[in-house]
Design a binder for this molecule. Structure first.
Ligand SMILES: Cc1cc2nc3c(=O)[nH]c(=O)nc-3n(C[C@H](O)[C@H](O)[C@H](O)COP(=O)(O)O)c2cc1C
Length: 367
């Protein structure tokens, strides 16, 4: 489809779940935006693994439990949430809607959720904070210019962000064949607004040097950067993109406050496991010493319940809310969050869980 329909101002009656938003969004996104949002790295194995992982777990429901007066509220690193569902950091949201990040952040704050604001947002972190009715976390990509990175942290603190999420699994982009085939490029007016004042990275490579090892990886974050970050901020620090239990243990040793178990929606290294499959081993490794979050493939309230039963404190969604944003702007994102919260409440009630504290591995059918 080459024509892009304008966003809807009402939610049609047949739009009732995240998959419906994906179907609708195909008509409300340009081919360029679809190439950026809907593809994954290389052969899409890890993205497919994320989507398939939840169906391999079944729930073991309990009946006749008294769940009256229940809820799924929680507090997490400065956020007071109505439910354990956040909007993951997603770059360049103006690709799908003129109001971009401002619409998504506003919707999240109205629905008791919160958006993790990307370094690569197409709106400045200050403008996003100004429309959000509640605090947010800032996702940091360390830049080749360390002074500029430090300035980003200070800007986020000054704008009221209450945690930092350092993304560690994407020091360089994955092999994005889908984007390459489609000839993806950012259209005029869509750019990394937070980085507008920074000189772009210009590699100085000698003949035979590698763009990866002698270029991009020379300023990639390393373990000693955690201490550097800690020295300049009082905010809690979470690492996003951890799949290995050994890295989880190292994160604990380096004083990290929380982890987001994630494979970046299958967009960086293809061939890694589903984040849900990595979660139990990471939960074992940290043994309750720090909160774990998870993203990748969450499409249903029952998916959230499964992730929580396997050790996550909360989850994040990426593509689904971009589909909702493309389809119906802030209204779509708010509706999607409401739908997922209701699905989670139904799943909790039918499993005999009154609050999130009642969710445990016993909720999963043994396999
Ligand atoms: C279009 C797109 C852009 C993304 N941009 C970022 C980003 O700027 N920073 C980041 O840490 N993760 C980024 N991610 C990864 C998401 O935060 C999240 O890990 C992933 O989308 C979760 O998988 P899901 O899309 O299946 O829900 C991006 C994902 C997508 C789909």
């Amino acid at each position: 489809m080459s024509e892009r329909l304008p966003p809807l101002s009402d939610i049609p009656a047949d739009l009732v779940c995240a998959a419906d938003y994906q179907r609708y969004a195909a008509q409300h996104m340009s081919a360029n935006a679809r190439a950026y949002i809907d593809t994954a790295a290389a052969d899409g194995l890890s993205h497919a693994a994320n989507l398939a992982a939840y169906a391999r777990w079944q729930l073991a429901p309990r009946v006749l439990a008294d769940v009256a007066g229940g809820h799924c509220r929680l507090s997490l690193f400065g956020l007071e949430l109505s439910h354990p569902l956040l909007l993951a950091p997603v770059a360049y949201q103006k690709l799908v809607h003129a109001d971009g990040e401002r619409a998504a952040a506003y919707a999240a704050s109205q629905l008791g959720s919160s958006m993790v604001v990307s370094t690569l947002a197409s709106t400045t972190l200050e403008d996003i904070a100004a429309v959000s009715q509640s605090p947010q976390w800032f996702q940091l990509y360390l830049q080749h210019d360390r002074a500029f990175s430090a300035d980003l942290v200070h800007r986020a603190e000054a704008a009221g962000y209450c945690a930092l999420v350092l993304t560690v699994d994407a020091p360089l982009a994955g092999v994005r064949n889908g984007e390459q085939r489609a000839g993806f490029s950012l259209p005029p007016g869509v750019f990394a607004a937070n980085l507008a004042a920074m000189a772009p990275y210009q590699p100085q490579l000698a003949a035979g040097q590698s763009m990866v090892f002698d270029g991009l990886m020379t300023f990639a974050p390393r373990w000693d950067d955690i201490a550097w970050l800690r020295s300049m901020t009082r905010l809690p620090i979470l690492l996003k993109g951890v799949l290995s239990p050994e890295d989880a243990r190292l994160a604990l040793q380096h004083g990290v406050d929380g982890l987001i178990v994630s494979n970046h929606g299958g967009r960086t290294l293809d061939g890694v496991p589903a984040s849900l499959d990595a979660l139990p081993r990471i939960a074992d490794a940290v043994a309750g010493s720090m909160p774990l979050l998870l993203d990748g493939g969450i499409r249903r309230g029952s998916d959230i319940l499964k992730a929580l039963a396997l050790g996550a404190r909360a989850v994040l969604i990426g593509r689904p809310y971009l589909h909702a944003l493309a389809t119906a702007g802030a209204l779509g994102v708010a509706h999607l969050l409401r739908v997922l919260q209701e699905e989670l409440e139904v799943a909790m009630a039918l499993s005999g869980c009154r609050t999130l504290d009642d969710i445990s591995p016993q909720l999963l059918w043994p396999r």
